[in-house]
Design a protein around this ligand. Structure first.
Ligand code: C5P
Length: 253
């Protein structure tokens, strides 16, 4: 079953941890057992990590959540190798790089992943994903007029060849990517917008290639990333209630 990843895009660690605490009940309601882990992940992105550093990853792990460290590395191969190694050493269960960095950069990242996992000990198998084309990019916005979905599929095939576990793509590309790269090649999909208005992000915000949770699941996405529709939901129990509804939609789909 597809898993839900909540984007904790906050300017402080305290704000992020407060939301995470509120979401522990939703994780249990989703059948994830006594620990908050299982089907509900927390995502730490550029804003939060820049403000808080690696401590936020450790604190979320202590709460029982699997953590996706979404820093989208894109630099020379040696730098990305070290960055991925460091990302995994924080305790993150998933991290990512930009596929447009090319083959040598991506293969160096795969090496950094193995090195970081070795630091943490035996049996640790973190996931490395390649970003194809950001879900905020609309048709007509790429330089040279390339079609975002065609470009995402092309990059996904490269990612599989270069040793990555999967890609970050929109729901619109997931089905085609699964067909071309194999069903075990992971598709993680941001740009998720529930059909019924929930949080402040229900209108799509800066996202362009969007889908509802049910549509993304039917398209084959393995992980759905949702930020503002959950974090912006009104009321003290708003985020947990929004997450519960999305988890129910995932189950039904
Ligand atoms: O609030 P919203 O649901 O739009 O948040 C989406 C999250 O997913 C953000 O943290 C954003 O950085 C991330 N993301 C994305 N598109 C990608 C990769 C990551 O929107 N291709």
């Amino acid at each position: 079953m597809a898993e839900l990843v909540i984007a904790l895009d906050y300017p402080t660690m305290d704000a992020a941890l407060a939301t995470a605490r509120g979401l522990r009940g939703a994780a249990k309601a989703a059948g994830a057992g006594e620990s908050a882990g299982g089907r509900l992940w927390m995502k730490v992105g550029l804003e939060l990590f820049t403000a808080s550093g690696p401590e936020v990853v450790a604190r979320l792990k202590d709460m029982g959540f699997p953590v996706f460290l979404d820093l989208k590395f894109h630099d020379i191969p040696n730098t990305v190798r070290g960055a991925v190694r460091s990302a995994v050493a924080t305790g993150a269960d998933m991290c990512n790089i930009h596929l447009s960095g090319g083959e040598r950069m991506c293969r160096a990242a795969v090496e950094g992943l193995a090195e970081g996992a070795a630091v943490r000990g035996p049996g640790i198998a973190p996931i490395l994903l390649g970003v194809t084309v950001l879900t905020s990019v609309a048709p007509g916005e790429l330089p040279g007029g390339a079609d975002p979905s065609a470009e995402a599929s092309r990059l996904a095939l490269c990612g599989r060849e270069w040793g990555l576990s999967g890609v970050v793509c929109s729901g619109h590309e997931a089905e085609g990517i699964k067909q071309r790269c194999g069903s075990d090649f992971i598709c993680l999909t941001p740009g998720i917008r529930p059909a019924a208005p929930q949080g402040s992000g229900s209108g799509g915000d800066d996202q362009r290639r969007v889908m509802t949770p049910a549509e993304a699941v039917r398209a084959g996405s393995d992980y759905l990333v949702v930020g503002r529709p959950v974090t912006g939901a009104a009321g003290p129990d708003g985020p947990a209630e929004a997450a519960r509804r999305i988890l129910a939609e995932i189950r039904e789909a």
